[in-house]
Write a protein that binds this ligand. Sequence first.
Ligand code: GRF
Length: 199
Amino acid sequence: MNIAILASGNGSNFEAIAKAVKCGYIKGCIKVLITDKSNAFVRQRAKRNKIKDIFIDAAEFKSRQAFDDEIVKVLKKERIDLVVLAGFMRILSVNFVKRFQNRILNIHPALLPAFRGENAIKRALKHGCKVTGVTVHLIDEKVDNGPIILQQAIKIEKGETLKNLEKKVHSLEHKLYPLAIKLFTERRVKIRNRNVKII
Ligand code: GRF
């Protein structure tokens, strides 16, 4: 299966996925990294892993649709089967989502539908939650809303610092995302309406 990863920042999830592909845990090929930030650290990770990296500058496009169309052009050229969002800080247009329906994955650092949106780890801690976690889900037309593929909880200890909780969340992400992608590439994720069955 041909995979494209879309990311805007650090890229620790990109790295974990690249490692899982390299060692054969995920049976697929990362054809391209697409980023919207010229100075994103994830680009250095792509270079190190010898993965093609394409920067698309949103400022060069008149609308979100035009920007998304450019991404779709790359995805078509690379014959992409699965789009993996890994800290991609843009909302995809409805057309894009429809075009790759049930083939776009995202990871969110909380137990969706709780704490949708930004700063989810911090908000869960501030709220006084006793547990939080990580969710891998499919993208639909609403933000952080699509069908859930995998979800795992993390206990928040008494007096837990944000730094420590972030560390725990990220290290879980680096296990859960490769696992979800592995299941997807092995066609073990069955989706009917909003129901996800792992076989
Ligand atoms: C992760 O916490 C992910 O859950 C969220 O964005 C962050 C990306 O981190 N969607 P990284 O760039 O993969 O290190």
